[in-house]
Write a protein of this length. Sequence first.
Length: 453
Amino acid sequence: MAAILIVEDEPKMRRLLELNLGEEGFVTHSAEDAETGLKILHREKIDLVISDFRLPGMSGLEFLQAVKRADASLPVVIMTAYGTVESAVEAMKVGASNYVLKPFSLAEMVLVVRKELDARNLREENRSLREALGRRYEYDNIVARSDRMQAVLALIERVAPTNATVLLGGESGVGKDLIARAIHQHSLRAAGPFIKINSTAIPETLLESELFGYEKGAFSGASTSKPGKFELADKGTLFLDEIGDVPPAIQVKLLRVLQEREFERLGGTKTLKVDVRLVAATNRDLRAALEEGTFREDLYYRLNVVAIDIPPLRDHKEDIPALVDFFLKRFAGESGNSTKQITPAAMKLLMDFRWPGNVRELENIIQRSVTLTSSATLDAGDIHLDPSPSRSLAAGPEPLLPEGVTLEQWEDEIIREALRRANGNKSQAARALGLSRNALRYRLSKMGVPDPE
């Protein structure tokens, strides 16, 4: 039997929930304040928490945060008497699984409890099955064998079942679209729509109407009303790509939608409410945009509830062989040809390239090679890599660093190469770099490389 912790300061409501849930076959524990609830949580095995939003002493929101710190997977249902969207949304962003508005029927509460327990049991079964089979995280159309990409998939596993806003970061071509789709497909909104919009692909004058829709006669040519992307994504997920390039005027309206889940169409007066989860993506440094004043600070913090940074391909090259195999099978199937093989020489060529265009560039190279090669095997001569754009003498001297690479990234790559050549021996790598062993260990710690010593 599932054990439920009820945290409610009103004695009659607390007792009513105890009796009703007990009759439904649940084991109940109750507390009149958050502090007592936390003590019970640490003492008993609890499967679900029901908590009032307003509690004496520690607030319901603070209690929710404390519960999530103790057990991030524990479902929490929030009760609030205020009926405001803001309090419910705030709780969901912190990690609440669901909420009910007072007054509610006991049947409604039982329905919500069973739904959240079923979802928790399903996640636990999936996790146990993965462990039993010895499998790592796997998602359709995402190739991730490396530890760096497995860490990304682990974050998806944790954040997908929640309603938290997600901000995806990473260079162009790393696969932010695939990650956004994976979050949607493994969320409780998977049956709802997944709507994508790229803010850079739409002129600034049309972006507002694309996002929020417009009414008939709102502007010249608006002969009929049209819903925007937010309306189309209701009960689903809206993927807003290149959020860093959204104009300031539209940033204000986005902030309102995130805070209040409501907006008006262009040229309209009726306020529309939506239930949309937002996943945003950017290849820009939004913190630098904050300092430049081109991106609103309040919007940044609303978006940055859960941040997932997707590494560039040059930082997880061990995924290249599996990616190549994946693309070879895909393009052979699309062309009706038998799956091609690739020689070690051709693979080495791919492994040694820096891939400024990341996975998208690798995909294009493999597609080109499969299309233009008639033999069943791809050799080094069949791989046509795109050279960096040539620069005339008039353009000035050659840059000191490869295009699109920062000094910090270049230094990290040199250190990783020294370690590879030294077969992981830090003393040899330090000598090759002209560093002391302690200096090398310091740089490795900055890079996030664990030091077993």
